[in-house]
Design a protein around this ligand. Structure first.
Ligand SMILES: [Ca+2]
Ligand SMILES: [Ca+2]
Ligand SMILES: [Ca+2]
Length: 220
């Protein structure tokens, strides 16, 4: 089959905090006709050399859309390169998990949720024991933070039905270890937190309890 590449589009972006434009890699596309008369497109990736600790897997998504343009068939090739963003200011990269920032400022759960979202992050959602262990080490660098830390789950929609800020149950999210005696809904507690020492889950009052909080930015 003879292919005539009428249009080739390539885009590369390393997204930082949801904004594309900080390119740290370049894709080039070359078209040529091989010895048997077929048209070929070759995609070459140039990437900034990075220290080994910064190397992360890159995702390359290639899509081909074909359409008829009069007597010609047009093939639109879209190549999208996705890589992890740079570490945002104030955040700590926990290898393979994402970027995290613990704010010692004590505010309510809704205020904490808004504060994370305002900088392109979200309140911490624990997805595994491994993540909880990494967070526990992060908290240990802030010994004054006690006893609770706001994180991203609640039972505001239905009492006793705990979901993350993304609507998953705790089981679906991957972390269900409650702190001793919790949840107790003491005085109507619907907002999620963790014990700063044990990382066990707890419910707090959304309107009155003011504590530190952790924001998270996922790699993807
Ligand atoms: Ca997480
Ligand atoms: Ca509750
Ligand atoms: Ca509680």
């Amino acid at each position: 089959m003879f292919l005539r590449l009428a249009c080739v589009v390539a885009c590369a972006c390393a997204c930082a905090r949801g904004e594309c434009g900080e390119a740290h890699a370049q894709l080039t596309v070359a078209t040529l006709r091989n010895a048997s008369g077929h048209w070929e497109a070759r995609v070459r990736l140039y990437q900034e050399a990075a220290p080994p600790a910064r190397l992360q897997p890159l995702l390359v998504d290639v899509r081909l859309a074909s359409s008829l343009c009069g007597p010609l068939r047009s093939h639109l090739l879209t190549v999208t390169l996705s890589g992890p963003p740079l570490v945002p200011p104030g955040y700590t990269e926990l290898s393979g998990l994402g970027f995290y920032r613990l704010y010692e400022e004590t505010i309510t759960w809704p205020e904490a949720k808004s504060a994370c979202e305002a900088e392109g992050a979200h309140l911490l959602v624990l997805n595994s024991e491994a993540e909880a262990t990494a967070i526990q080490k992060l908290i240990q660098r802030h010994p004054s933070v006690t006893p609770w830390i706001h994180i991203g789950f609640h039972d505001k929609i239905k009492e006793g039905h705990y979901v993350t800020i993304f609507g998953e149950t705790l089981t679906e999210a991957g972390y269900t270890r409650w702190d001793a005696g919790q949840p107790d809904n003491l005085g109507n507690e619907d907002c999620g937190s963790i014990n700063a020492k044990t990382v066990g889950l707890n419910d707090l009052n959304c309107a009155t309890h003011k504590f530190a909080f952790i924001c998270e930015q996922n790699f993807r």
